[in-house]
Ligand binder design. Structure first.
Ligand code: PLP
Length: 396
């Protein structure tokens, strides 16, 4: 009666979701203030006020039949035009509204993009650490995930390992910068080097290799860190954007895919994206949300709270003795575990009511991810628990 593959997937929920559910139970048992849940990347800052104001205005002033009706399958043309204009102004590249496809967030952008460009047996490279759902999305497109570990400690690209992982079957590589779970931002030199390597390998194997740029955290960077816009360096890039984190709208499910006009066979790639959207049932993203992000695209998030959390957590933990990757973006801290087995460390942390995500599902051993998109107060109150955990491993 059911697909064995889907049954297995449905029965085994993601580790992050499992911890999140455990946190709910634990809160009911011992009180919310005693549980330090750092599991989920759910933004803790509210959406900018302009988002709510725009929605209210749309609800008050737009004909409800239009507002709640279907848009065209790839999305409302006015919204796509606005996004294209902003991309042109901001990054100085050509962008065409006819090559923008509105989606239900980055997850839909990724599944649609992968389905559009992959054929059965193609390989898609994932740079570890990576967002665990990539493996599910790649397999769903009939492709095979090929994991290439990043450089330990810095978690940027290990170019020797990447060069040897590329084969004639390589169809795409997913680049996620700022990165979940490490917070690492790939700099311009790194993106240039990546573009050169992929151009050479595409020529060597006689077929283009695409970059799928997964960009939900593009706007979440600290200090003067810049996030290179990959289509400026490499034409064969699909940008999978999402407003989930930049506008704090993860539950509203809205984002887009951008195909640069300079991409090889851009028109056909876009047609295949429309086909994949159709085949996966992702046509016509929610209309109210399309119009809302059309009006709010480019609104910068106020990152003060995340930045304070980042500094407090990084400084407190490294002072205790933990080793962590200093994050330049997103809202995650990737911390080296105090024993090689990340899951065993996670279990020990749990005894102190610290709910961290072990790194195995991110494709890397020996780390935990701490999502610091929580209240500053939670971080402050959790520091003694981190101290006690450290002491468990450093008893005389
Ligand atoms: N990609 C990465 C790296 C993420 O961290 C997430 C969500 O946390 C997603 C994609 C999915 O984002 P969305 O909620 O927009 O579907």
């Amino acid at each position: 009666m059911v697909s064995k593959e889907m049954l297995a997937l449905g029965k085994k929920s993601s580790v992050i979701r499992e911890i999140f559910e455990y946190a709910k139970v634990r809160r009911a048992e011992i009180g919310a203030e005693n549980v330090f849940d750092f599991s989920l990347g759910n933004p803790s800052i509210p959406a900018p006020t302009v988002v709510g104001e725009t929605m209210q205005k749309l609800l008050a002033e737009t004909d409800p039949v239009l507002l709640h009706g279907y848009t065209s399958a790839p999305g409302d043309m006015g919204v796509r035009q606005t996004i294209a204009n902003h991309v042109k102004e901001r990054f100085g590249i050509e962008a065409n509204p006819n090559l923008i496809y509105m989606t239900c967030g980055a997850a839909a952008s990724l599944t649609v993009s992968l389905r559009a460009i992959c054929s059965e047996g193609d390989e898609v490279i994932l740079l570890a650490p990576f967002f665990p759902e990539y493996q599910v999305f790649v397999r769903n497109a009939g492709a095979v995930p090929v994991i290439v570990p990043g450089r330990v400690g810095t978690f940027d690209i290990d170019f020797d390992a990447l060069a040897s992982a590329i084969t004639i079957k390589t169809r795409a590589i997913i680049i996620n910068s700022p990165n979940n779970p490490s917070g690492v931002v790939l700099n311009e030199a790194c993106i240039r080097r990546l573009a050169t390597l992929l151009t050479e390998k595409s020529a060597e194997f006689g077929r283009p290799i695409a970059i799928i740029a997964d960009e939900p955290y593009r706007e979440l960077v600290y200090g003067d860190v810049e996030v290179p816009y990959i289509p400026c360096y490499y034409d064969n890039t699909l940008v999978c954007y999402s407003y989930s984190k930049s506008l704090s709208l993860p539950g509203e499910r809205i984002g887009y895919i951008l195909v640069p006009p300079t991409m090889s066979g851009a028109g056909d790639v876009f047609a295949a994206i429309c086909g994949a959207g159709r085949s996966l049932g992702f046509v016509c993203a929610p209309s109210l949300l399309q119009l809302t992000v059309g009006a709010c695209d480019g609104t910068p998030p106020d990152l003060t709270a995340y930045d304070e959390n980042r500094t407090l957590l990084y400084e407190s933990l490294t002072k205790i003795g933990y080793e962590a990757v200093r994050p330049d973006g997103a809202f995650y801290l990737f911390v080296k575990t105090l024993e090689p087995d990340a899951t065993a460390f996670y279990e020990k942390a749990k005894q102190h009511e610290l709910l961290l995500v072990p790194s195995d599902s991110f494709g890397v051993p020996g780390y935990v991810r701490i999502a610091y998109c929580v209240s500053n107060d939670q971080i402050r109150r959790s520091i003694p628990a981190f101290e006690a955990l450290y002491k468990d491993y450093h008893k005389e």
